[in-house]
Design a protein around this ligand. Structure first.
Ligand SMILES: Nc1ncnc2c1ncn2[C@@H]1O[C@H](COP(=O)(O)OP(=O)(O)OP(=O)(O)O)[C@@H](O)[C@H]1O
Ligand SMILES: O=P(O)(O)OC[C@@]1(O)O[C@H](CO)[C@@H](O)[C@@H]1O
Length: 303
């Protein structure tokens, strides 16, 4: 079974504007409200690609209730810890360029954190655990390590989509899959920006440190795959971007769904890129039909 863990879920409020005037009254032209947070996005895309998962994490208040009811409507199993306080609302402004305001999230008490750690400690060998997104400030800085240690002890495969010190710490647990974007990879190595050529040695270094499959995404510029047997590059297909929120999460889901069906690494990587781009080209996350309409346009090159 695949489990996704979102420590700080969100209701994503997508607001389209013709133009954003800072310091003035702005009126939206259309709005959308989606259950969000990186692990939740992975669960939603997996479901659309025909793969079941269970969503774990913390939810609270009416916003937390919205997330659970939307996920259940989509047929996604939920096993959240319910916390006092309110799940955050993340505002995504679309006015030509994308501007995001992510909330801080509710306080998580130690007892609630312990409940989540216990759920991870009950997973079974062969399960997959996706640890994705930021952690609320109130949680201990090593919360991801605590979860990873429990999971690895149970011989659970780890998938990591986080950044900064949490990503650095999780590398020690030899994740099955990690998906930083190129900014997150640069941050990991203390670099300001990385050119395509510079990404390659850093990517290979992470594989040497024990990451089994590494995808480094670069938005519209495509993505690299690094593994023991191959280094691959794929251009992203061209299209009209509607809402790129969740594009990276869709890549994670696309790779896992293809891998679960037994495809080659090249095919899983192409499917992953197609899923990311299909999400960028739609208002909500991608559908299976959208991914399959794009996948033949993804050219994968072996480096
Ligand atoms: N403008 C775009 N055009 C085509 N494809 C895109 C575009 N933006 C994103 N993608 C697709 O989505 C993938 C992931 O994008 P990105 O690198 O922005 O992920 P991310 O930073 O993790 O995103 P997020 O945090 O919003 O989920 C890319 O590798 C690409 O396949
Ligand atoms: O604040 P975090 O946890 O880093 O990111 C949260 C978030 O921006 O990531 C998802 C897209 O990847 C959105 O659904 C959500 O709003």
């Amino acid at each position: 079974m695949i489990y996704t863990c979102t420590l700080n879920p969100s209701v994503d409020y997508i607001v389209h504007l013709d133009e954003l005037h800072v310091g003035e009254l702005n009126r939206s032209v259309k709005t959308f409200t989606f259950p969000g947070g990186k692990g939740i996005n992975v669960s939603r895309v997996l479901k659309r690609l025909g793969v079941d998962s269970t969503a774990l994490g913390f939810v609270g208040g009416f916003t937390g209730g919205f997330i659970e009811s939307e996920l259940r409507k989509e047929g996604i199993a939920c096993d959240f810890v319910h916390v006092p306080g309110q799940t955050r609302i993340n505002v995504k402004l679309k006015a030509g360029r994308e501007t995001e305001i992510n909330g801080e999230g509710p306080m998580i008490a130690d007892d609630d954190a312990t409940q989540l750690i216990a759920k991870i400690g009950a997973l079974s060998a062969g399960d997959v655990l996706v640890l994705a997104g930021s952690a609320p400030m109130s949680l201990s800085v090593d919360v991801y390590e605590q979860l990873a240690a429990r999971a690895v002890k149970r011989r659970v495969r780890l998938v990591v989509d986080t950044s900064g010190p949490a990503l650095e710490a999780l590398l020690a647990y030899r994740p099955f899959l990690a998906k930083p974007n190129h900014h997150e990879l640069a941050e990991l190595f203390g670099a300001a920006v990385l050119t395509k050529e510079e990404i390659i040695p850093y990517g290979r270094r992470l594989v040497e440190r024990g990451v089994e499959h590494l995808i480094v995404s670069m938005g519209g510029a495509g993505a690299f795959y690094f593994g023991r047997e191959a280094t691959l590059f794929a251009e992203a297909p061209q299209g009209t971007v509607k809402n790129s929120v969740g594009a990276g999460d869709s890549m994670v889901a696309g790779f896992l769904a293809a891998w679960a069906s037994g495809t080659s690494i090249e095919e899983a990587f192409a499917y992953s890129v197609a899923a990311g781009s299909a999400t960028a080209f739609s208002e909500d996350l991608c559908t299976k039909e959208e991914v399959e309409a794009l996948v033949d346009r993804v050219r994968v090159a072996r480096l």
